[in-house]
Write a protein that binds this ligand. Sequence first.
Ligand SMILES: Cc1cc2nc3c(=O)[nH]c(=O)nc-3n(C[C@H](O)[C@H](O)[C@H](O)COP(=O)(O)O)c2cc1C
Length: 351
Amino acid sequence: MLGCMSAMAAENGLLAKNGYERFVRPLLFTLDAETAHHLTVGLLRTASHSNLALRALKSFQPSSKPKKVFGLNFPNPIGLAAGLDKNGVALRAWEALGFGFIEIGTVTAKAQPGNPKPRIFRLPEQQALINRLGFNNDGADAIAYRLAALRESGRWPAVPVGINIGKSKATPLEQATDDYLYSFRMLRDFADYITLNISSPNTPGLRALQEPEKLSALLYAISDEAGIAPKPLVVKVSPDLAGAELKAILAVCEENDVSGIIAANTTLDHSSIPPQLDQAGGLSGAPLRHKSTGLVREIAARSTIPVIASGGIFDAESAREKFHAGAVLIQLYTGLIYRGPQLLREIMDSL
Ligand SMILES: Cc1cc2nc3c(=O)[nH]c(=O)nc-3n(C[C@H](O)[C@H](O)[C@H](O)COP(=O)(O)O)c2cc1C
């Protein structure tokens, strides 16, 4: 009876809001999206240096449910998706909040400012975001320096850290491999796994790297560079791939012993967004949920490469849907912006 009532309440949107939704989100949403982002990451960066603040953040920690994937030990299967901490400034805070792994980046070989502002847009009705940031980041040199200092300080987190690398905007597509190689060389020592981002819609031409020959050349060069001490390599794909394109990508990933596939990045399919609210850029959040789940299911059916699901995870049900589709790990971005850190416990309690 109670279960039935709570299901009805959930359907009617009547379930109690969590503390973040009641008190923090309304304040953050009075600011423009990028200002709110910088404020939040800035606070978490400061918290990363304070044991007292880290202890407070630990009050959000979900129960642990360890999992071993591509040779790495994950205390739980919920990760921070790339893009939230592009410069790797708040690793300890993400760990304290209870993430089972943290993916920083996208990092590019050259520091770059990204696209003109405004470039992140909230769509609360749709529980979505549109962004066209364009890989704004401090660049591989500065980020390697920061990570080296963190390691030196003895405050490196205990959870796996993935580093997501992409192509610098100023580098022509024909020289993409060298650009990725530069970041790979600078950052591999700090990464438990490296993600090759070949699917952001906001760097012109980047998605062309999903073409089999180009992807093959990139994977070959990186594996060659990794030599006898390879790091797990993960490829992040677009949700907008046609069936034949996906099939070809999976074949190339299998040939090159790719360790994991992240499905998926943001989508260019804005058909669910009313035209008056639409913006150029990649769409994330609830409208991406089913497309991303479909892709996870297709990859899991066609390949044995472990899948990390990303796209529209907002609650326990959407998280379980990804695992049922075949994902071994999941990552959060837009759900965290709308639901806050309590989302982790809500998901873990249901698994
Ligand atoms: C503002 C914003 C910035 C992002 N930046 C990156 C990025 O730098 N690299 C990347 O691989 N994905 C990036 N993403 C994509 C997310 O990592 C994630 O794959 C995508 O948003 C789908 O998950 P979600 O629906 O939970 O947000 C970004 C997403 C958003 C909303």
